[in-house]
Design a protein around this ligand. Structure first.
Ligand SMILES: [Zn+2]
Length: 344
């Protein structure tokens, strides 16, 4: 099988996770995707809601249209109450609070300023609060954001921050021993793979020529709030690339591509999924087939909206999802290989 430069995928991944993009506040990542397309002369469009669609027409005047979708929006928070010297938060997307306590973050004010901060439990000093070590009932009512802004006398945070300011979490990106540790691998690992696929299609006319269909690459900005994909042309098949689950009773792992037969919303298209399994076997691509227990995707949302399209879901195995995530170069490579095998 052809050699791919997986380090380029990792480079895209690092770039993407370092662009703050909690759902609802994704303009910066949209700009990046548009500029990337413009600089490489890739035909693209931006939907009304802000998702970006790259378009590749195979030269054989294909009758069929396939869309591959990933998402570049992430978990995050929004300021819902400004107290004298701390901020209260409302969550964007679903995550266990143990995974944000102690984390560094950025507050993006409505005036366009950025302030760093830390998410902490109330009364957070262990030398002051003897009950802290027993505190197992974290909720948005008893955690806060400590913003790194020195206040003058008589000033309060209200002079600087308003409700509705978005908060993005520090990704903590590390690339070590082939592992990529970072927040937001869900789903920027897939989006980075899609950017690499766009480069391949742009730079290799033979590959473009061998496509079995016209291909659209859809970068969604509203997945974490379950809004699904919209504003795309008529398609026959939707291949969703989103993180593969890794955990108890699952076969998924960081070195393989997960092929999801069913998630908590129901099964994906059997024929399309079976074809992906067969392709993975035939091309000796490390893969697993799993049922994702607590999971929805842009694919399940497309099906629930009643669209008459075939939908399947694949993605690199991601450990500790919606927390301190990790995957491996091998998982990215397997996902890339399977996606390309499907397209040609
Ligand atoms: Zn996701």
């Amino acid at each position: 099988m052809q050699k791919y430069n997986i380090l380029q995928v990792v480079k895209y991944l690092e770039t993407l996770v370092k662009i703050p993009s909690p759902t609802g506040f994704t303009q910066k990542v949209q700009n990046f995707l548009c500029q990337n397309a413009e600089s490489k002369k890739i035909s693209y469009k931006e939907t009304r809601k802000g998702s970006i669609l790259y378009e590749f027409s195979g030269s054989k005047h294909n009758k069929k249209n396939i869309m591959i979708a990933s998402h570049v929006d992430t978990l995050g928070a929004v300021v819902c109450q400004v107290e004298k010297d701390l901020l209260r938060l409302s969550s964007i997307g679903g995550y266990p609070l143990i995974y944000v306590i102690g984390d560094y973050c950025i507050v993006h004010t409505l005036e366009g300023k950025e302030y760093t901060g830390t998410i902490l439990p109330d009364n957070p000093a262990a030398h002051v609060n003897k009950d802290l070590k027993n505190n197992t009932t974290l909720s948005f009512e008893n955690i806060h954001l400590r913003m790194d802004l020195p206040l003058q006398k008589k000033q309060t945070l209200k002079d600087h921050v308003q409700n509705g300011s978005f908060v993005s979490f520090d990704p903590h990106f590390h690339h070590t021993n082939g592992f990529i540790k970072s927040r937001h691998l869900d789903d920027k690992a897939s989006a980075a793979t899609m950017l690499y696929i766009a480069d391949l299609l742009k730079d290799d006319p033979a590959l473009l020529d061998s496509l079995k269909a016209n291909v659209y690459l859809y970068f969604n900005v509203t997945e974490e709030t379950s809004q699904g994909v919209a504003g795309f042309p008529e398609i026959d098949e939707l291949l969703v690339m989103d993180m593969g689950c890794v955990g108890k009773n699952l076969e998924g792992n960081e070195y393989s591509v997960s092929i999801c037969m069913k998630d908590s919303h129901g099964p994906y298209h059997y024929g399309m999924t079976k074809k992906l399994i067969d392709l993975a076997k035939k091309n000796k691509i490390p893969h697993v087939v799993d049922i994702f227990p607590f999971y929805g995707s842009d694919g399940s949302m497309a099906l629930q909206s009643g669209k008459d399209i075939q939908v399947a879901l694949i993605g690199p195995g991601v450990s500790a999802s919606h927390g301190y995530e990790r995957t491996h170069e091998k998982g990215l490579l397997a996902t890339l290989q399977l996606t390309l095998a499907y397209l040609i």
